[in-house]
Design a protein around this ligand. Structure first.
Ligand code: BGP
Length: 483
């Protein structure tokens, strides 16, 4: 029993939350560069992504006071990646998930030739990873479409973006395919419905007609693009694998009242729509009927149905942080989760940001996904954002983080013992990083502390937390020693 030999252990990062160097090395602006840090905001505010306007984008781009734009600086991974990779190797990582910033290779998304400085950065990053025995797992799109495409035509709402993404992906496969054999097309592809700007480059005030229709149109274009680059990858690198990724927002009925159960079933159907399409190869009839009932039509073009059917992904990945409950009662108390507001579960504790901690929910999620698709799974995000305190002797004691991971690993291993085929696990994030929803670094996830505050003050010095040594031991024992 326990995890198989060759199980991949590591951590996950995203370019827009780690690299920094937002206007260096030829990189063009991405939608993430206008995310502004808003201090002293109620955490539940962060759960619902605020949309941008042409005015707020123009103001942000005119503002070079980087203090309030944390994603522009990240944790300076662009310059410090060798040091960070050495720390990951010290923990024993066999895999590291990173993303490629589209606008570092194609600054506006429309160039015909890539920016060679961007290519050089990623070539050295992946080469160094391989030198350290760390296998890259690379996300092509992780919340950072080029801002120019958003301003031009709302990016993914326009079908022409598919061809631009194919050009970007082909470059990645040509230039990095000899170093990278695990790929992931879109981070949390379902998220575009909840945060259209972050995922799809959609500026809602410029959308004609219904925003929800625009989101499903953009999502369809991402499905087509994902299938197209899966086909491309298999033609160029037959041994390499493409995965899809879901935000696994596992939801329980708030009560056993049949109405709550039915409402939960309806919610999960729309969540599974994305993996049904990318792993199953088609839109399920019931999902299409549910969308039709909301007045939403999918803009199928000639050949889309065949492309989706003939090029499903090789594995299914997902992020897992917390679970939610669903209730039909309008007065049900709602609590923030990962970019969503769900109804509070009275049996679960919550983080300071309101995310409800549920290790058993990870086992439930693994069993559900494997039962539904029968494809290999990969946990590509899981972790706990918490405030960490530095002791006088410069240590960080984070028993709460060790408890979080210990309880989640125990349930993950139980799911594998029940027969789930799990390829690997990358924690979010192995090093303190800029939060996607709040732009805070004070919501710390790492086994490694970064000396930097929410406004960018600090030396950037990296420090090993107590959890660093605990995770190192877990990896060395392949999950057998969780003490
Ligand atoms: C997921 C994103 C990650 C990461 C994570 C943690 O939705 O894919 O990029 O941000 O959420 O959430 P946050 O950073 O908002 O605390």
């Amino acid at each position: 029993m326990g995890l198989p030999d060759g199980f991949l252990w590591g951590g996950a990062l995203a370019a827009n939350q780690a690299e920094g160097a937002w206007n260096e090395g030829g990189r063009g602006p991405a939608v993430s560069d206008v995310s502004k840090y808003r201090p002293n905001v109620d955490p539940r505010e962060y759960a619902v992504h605020h949309q941008h306007t042409l005015e707020s984008i123009a103001a942000a781009m005119a503002d070079d006071d980087i203090a309030f734009f944390p994603k522009r600086r990240g944790i300076d991974f662009y310059h410090r990646y060798r040091e960070d990779l050495a720390l990951f190797a010290e923990m024993g990582f066999s895999v590291l998930r990173v993303s490629i910033a589209w606008s570092r290779l194609y600054p506006t998304g429309e160039e015909f030739e890539p920016n060679e400085e961007g290519i050089a950065f990623y070539l050295d990053l992946f080469t160094e990873m391989r030198r350290l025995g760390i296998r890259p797992l690379v996300t092509l799109s992780h919340y950072d479409p080029p801002l120019a495409l958003a301003l031009k035509n709302n990016a993914w709402v326009d079908r022409s973006t598919i061809a631009l993404f194919e050009r970007f992906s082909r470059t990645c496969f040509e230039r990095f395919g000899h170093l990278v054999d695990l790929w992931l097309s879109f981070n949390e592809i379902d998220g575009i419905i909840r945060h259209p700007f972050t995922s799809g480059g959609i500026i809602d005030e410029t959308v004609e007609g219904s925003l929800e229709q625009a989101c499903y149109t953009a999502l369809h274009h991402q499905f087509v693009a994902s299938a197209s680059v899966t086909k491309m990858l298999h033609e160029m690198w037959p041994e390499s694998e493409m995965g899809c990724m879901l935000t696994m927002l596992t939801t329980y009925p708030n009560t056993c009242h049949p109405d709550d159960v039915a409402a939960t079933q309806a919610k999960e159907r729309l969540l599974y729509l994305c993996t049904d399409v990318q792993a199953g190869g088609a839109y399920p009839r019931l999902a299409l009927k549910a969308l039709e009932a909301k007045g939403i039509t999918i803009p199928f073009a000639e050949g889309d149905v065949e492309l989706l059917r003939e090029h499903p992904v090789d594995y299914i990945s997902f992020s897992y942080y917390m679970t939610l409950t669903e209730s039909v009662r309008p007065d049900a108390e709602r609590t923030p989760g990962n970019t969503v507001l769900g109804v509070k579960n009275p049996f679960l504790p919550s983080s300071e940001w309101g995310w409800q901690i549920d290790p058993v929910g990870l086992r439930i999620s693994l069993i559900d996904l494997y039962d539904r698709y029968g494809k290999p799974l990969f946990i590509v995000e899981n972790g706990l954002g918490m405030r960490d305190e530095l002791t006088d002797d410069g240590r960080i004691h984070d028993p709460y983080r060790i408890d979080y991971f210990r309880s989640h690993f125990a349930e993950m291993i139980r799911a594998v013992d029940e027969g789930v085929e799990l390829r690997g696990y990358t924690s979010w994030a192995p090093i303190d990083i800029i939060s996607a929803s709040s732009s805070q670094i004070s919501k710390r996830y790492g086994f490694i502390h970064v000396d930097q505050d929410d406004l960018g003050n600090g030396t950037g010095e990296r420090r090993r937390k107590d959890s660093f040594f605990w995770y190192q031991k877990v990896i060395a024992s392949n999950g057998a020693d969780l003490a």
